[in-house]
Structures are given as structure tokens and as C-alpha cells.
Design a protein around this ligand. Structure first.
Ligand SMILES: [Zn+2]
Length: 480
């Protein structure tokens, strides 16, 4: 992960466990925001903002939730030069501040559903931290919704799970397994937690996003009731869901290689970089060809060019103080998907030399503006698709089957990756497997397409640990 500092995605802050997200890294977070936010809005959600602070008594009202988060909560006990009458928690998540507000806003079935999301920061005081994967403060979005019925809350939870799956696979090019969390891994206070689980290139699992069906648990704690059509006062059904800056860590680990980052074109701050190959003799020829390529790629679509893709996010690296070779290495390390070299020979031949970051493949593209724009757009699309396929191949090659505990333990120890194994559903077996192998149940996979209640059945097989009747075939892995 040294690459995250070298590529200037982040730097270590003077506060232990905190990081500074630098512009190149923040651009990735903006791309994640810009990809997800319209999807949330298209499914009826609106953004709002709730306070950073939660009064201790609010957090305490839900015992399980409070216990679940207490060790990680940072407290503010002084303000304005005085001790506070009541300590304020810095939000580890916002159920406890949003719930009481919803109780105030919701009176009748006419007020439902409430579909609100917020983009914000949260703080969880973690002991072991790692850039982007686990930091004291991180950025995320948290959706909090209220519904009339359990079915609506469940449908909402799965709708968002599918949005996450589609975005992470389609935009970040990371294949995921959507599934249900086991009881011991679910969110504190939730009825059910669903997640998307990814496999990193070092063979460890990573939870890439979670959706919780909260049931009526928090509604009862915060007294969120509504008068239904039948005149009865009822508790609402709720969901909450989120993804965090950890997704950036996933992109780094899934696609990166020995030379540095490899960014999928859809989120790369710069999709292509033009590196002019200078020549004293032909300086004007080269600069003319660079200007022409820049206009073709960055400008509005060429009239009559047909559908040749949107503008390319382009960087022209004409810094005279660095050699082309130095620039090649630098942009490779930063993961720019496509390098375009333009030298005197290219200019004379009416071509641009393109080099793919993901495969190193080198090819000549036509310099003619309409053709160049089309060729680069197509190439970026190909790279995007190939990255997903490569990650899927890796994931599938590193997903193993185990029937017994010995097989499970050996695979976790020697091969890592995901291990699919039958499980009886008992927390004791889950805990013992974790204790002895370091692997946790990542999820109980949903059938495709995901639907409520259905899971990959373990019927007919025996729990890898106790030999009891298996309820599910589940994914185990050592995880971040
Ligand atoms: Zn068992």
C-alpha cells in the first residue's frame, strides 16, 4: 500500500490513524459520489445533513447499538471552555441522531416512505488502522429510510444492495458477491445485514458495502410511529445502508500491480495522458500534433463524427524538465489507463502511439480527429471491461470448495482466497472456525438475481466443523 502515498492519493496525518485525502485520491471519492448519487436520486432518495454530534443519552437509548459501538466512540466532553453537561459522541453512524428527528417528522402513513441519504464523515476509534481500509475518520454516505411495511423495508434494502453491486462491478470493475451477513457479523441492532463482498489481490476478503434491514428495532427505541390507514398507531420499518472511502482501497488492491496503481477508466481522474516526445528539429510538428490530439479528445464532439464517445479526461504532460521515460514510469505508477505518445515519427505517419496501463499493449491509433476520438473511447471501454474480467478470473481462481474443517483450514492457510463451505448456522461453529483459522463468514450468498429470503442452500451437506446438518453453503475468508 506504499503506492497510495507515492501516487499521492493520501498522506498520513499528524493524528495517529487519520489520513489526509489528497486531490488525486479525493477525485476518486468524487467519482464514487458522482456515480452513486444519481442512482440514489433515481430511486427516490434525497440528500440531507444531520449533526456530527450525538448526545450520549440518545446513543444509550439503544443498548445493543450502544454496546456495539462504545469501544470505538470518540467523546467531546468540553466545549466553549466549559465541561459539557452531557458528553457528545462524535457520530460513529447516525441512527441515534436521525431516529429522534424522524419521530418528530413522521405522523401518518402519508409521510411515508422517508428516503434520505447523507454524505458525511464518521469517526470510529480503531486500534489497527490502514490507509483507506480502516481509518479513525472516514467519508461515507449513509442512507436512512422509513417504510410502512416490512416488505417495503426489505425491498428497499435489496434495491440498494443491487445499486451497490451494479456500481462496484460496472464502474470500479470489482466483482462482488452479494449476500447476507451471519448473526454475529450483522450490524448492531439490525434485523438483517446484507453486504457485497470482494476479494483483494492478496487473497483477503473485503466488505465493500452494507445494507441493513433494521426492522422496527430503532423505531421502537426512538418511538417512530405513524397513524396507518386503518387508524392504528404503528411503528415504521427502517433500513440503513452505506459505502465508504474504503472503496478506494479496494480499487487500489484489486487492480494494482508491481508498478503501481491501475485505475478503471470510469473513475480515473485522468483517463489518458499525452506524453510528447520532444525533438529539436521537429518541435513545431510535434506540438501541432499534440494540440490536434488534445482538441480531438477534450473538445465537443466533432460534427458528423457520429457517436464517438464523450470528452476524454485528459492530461497533457509537456513539462520540459522531465524526460519521456521518467513520465512513462510516473503515469504508470499513478494508474492512468492510457498513455498516448506523440513524437516526430508519429506525427509524420499520421498516428498516435497508445499504450495500455493494464496490459502494457502498444498500438498505433489514427491521428485524424474523428477517428482518434472514437478509437480512444473504444479502447477505454475495452480496458474497463477487461479489468472487470481479469478481477473476476482472479476471484474465481481463488474461490475454493471445502467439505471438512481440515480442508477449510488448509486452504485458508496455504492458498487464502474465498472458501465455500457448508455451515450448520450455529454461532459456536462460526466462532470456533474463526478462532482456529482467522477466517470469518463473509456472507451467505444470495441466489441470482437476489431475492428476499432465498439463499444458497446447503441442504444435504454437513457442517464443515460439527458435521451437523448444513443450512447454507457460505463464504469464508480472512478479511480486512
Ligand atoms: Zn456446525
Amino acid at each position: 500500500m506504499d503506492v497510495v502515498t507515492k501516487a499521492e492519493l493520501m498522506d498520513y496525518a499528524p493524528i495517529k490513524g487519520c489520513m489526509v485525502i489528497r486531490p488525486y485520491g479525493y477525485a476518486l471519492w468524487e467519482a464514487i459520489h458522482d456515480g452513486l448519487d444519481p442512482r440514489f436520486k433515481a430511486t427516490g432518495h434525497r440528500n440531507a445533513y444531520f449533526p456530527l454530534f450525538i448526545p450520549e443519552s440518545f446513543l444509550r437509548r439503544e443498548a445493543e447499538h450502544f454496546e456495539g459501538f462504545t469501544p470505538q466512540v470518540a467523546w467531546v466532553t468540553r466545549g466553549g471552555g466549559e465541561d459539557l453537561a452531557e458528553p457528545l459522541a462524535v457520530r460513529p453512524t447516525s441512527e441515534a441522531i436521525i431516529g429522534p428527528m424522524y419521530a418528530k417528522w413522521i405522523q401518518s402513513y402519508r409521510d411515508l416512505p422517508v428516503l434520505i441519504n447523507q454524505w458525511c464523515n464518521v469517526v470510529r476509534w480503531e486500534k489497527a488502522t490502514r490507509p483507506f481500509l480502516r481509518t479513525l475518520e472516514f467519508l461515507w454516505q449513509e442512507g436512512h429510510t422509513c417504510h410502512r411495511t416490512e416488505e417495503e423495508a426489505e425491498a428497499e434494502t435489496l434495491t440498494i444492495l443491487e445499486i451497490y453491486r451494479d456500481f462496484v462491478e460496472g464502474t470500479l470493475a470489482i466483482p462482488v458477491i452479494p449476500g447476507l451477513k451471519s448473526e454475529s457479523e450483522k450490524f448492531a441492532g439490525a434485523l438483517r445485514t446484507y453486504s457485497i463482498e470482494a476479494l483483494m489481490s492478496d487473497g483477503r476478503g473485503l466488505q465493500a458495502g452494507t445494507c441493513h434491514n433494521l426492522g422496527q428495532h430503532f423505531a421502537k427505541v426512538y418511538d417512530i410511529t405513524y397513524l396507518d390507514r386503518d387508524g392504528e398507531l404503528k411503528y415504521v420499518w427502517q433500513s440503513s445502508w452505506g459505502v465508504t472511502t474504503r472503496l478506494i482501497g479496494a480499487v487500489v488492491m484489486v487492480h494494482g500491480d508491481d508498478r503501481g496503481l491501475v485505475l478503471p477508466p470510469k473513475i480515473a481522474p485522468w483517463q489518458a495522458v499525452i506524453v510528447p516526445i520532444p525533438s529539436d528539429k521537429d518541435a513545431d510538428l510535434v506540438s501541432g500534433a499534440v494540440a490536434s490530439a488534445r482538441e480531438a479528445l477534450e473538445g465537443p464532439e466533432v460534427p458528423g463524427g457520429g457517436s464517438n464517445g464523450g470528452a476524454v479526461r485528459l492530461r497533457v504532460d509537456d513539462r520540459p524538465e522531465y524526460t519521456p521515460g521518467w513520465k512513462f514510469n510516473d503515469w504508470e505508477m499513478r494508474g492512468v489507463p492510457l498513455r498516448l505518445e506523440i513524437g516526430p515519427r508519429d506525427a509524420r505517419a499520421g498516428q498516435v502511439t497508445a499504450v495500455r496501463r493494464d496490459t502494457g499493449q502498444k498500438m498505433a491509433l489514427p491521428a485524424e480527429p474523428v477517428a482518434l476520438r472514437r478509437a480512444v473511447s473504444e479502447l477505454l471501454g475495452t480496458i474497463q471491461g477487461d479489468l472487470l474480467e481479469a478481477a473476476r478470473r482472479f476471484r474465481d481462481q481463488n474461490t475454493h470448495e471445502a467439505d471438512t474443517f481440515d480442508q477449510l483450514a488448509e486452504i485458508i492457510e496455504t492458498k487464502r482466497g474465498f472458501v465455500r463451505a457448508p455451515w450448520c448456522g450455529r454461532a459456536e461453529c462460526e466462532a470456533e472456525i474463526k478462532e482456529r483459522t482467522g477466517a470469518t463468514i463473509r456472507c451467505l450468498p444470495l441466489p441470482e438475481p437476489p431475492g428476499p429470503g432465498g439463499r444458497s442452500s446447503g441442504r444435504g451437506s454437513r457442517c464443515a466443523l460439527c458435521g451437523g446438518e448444513a443450512r447454507d453453503v457460505v463464504y469464508f475468508a480472512r478479511a480486512y
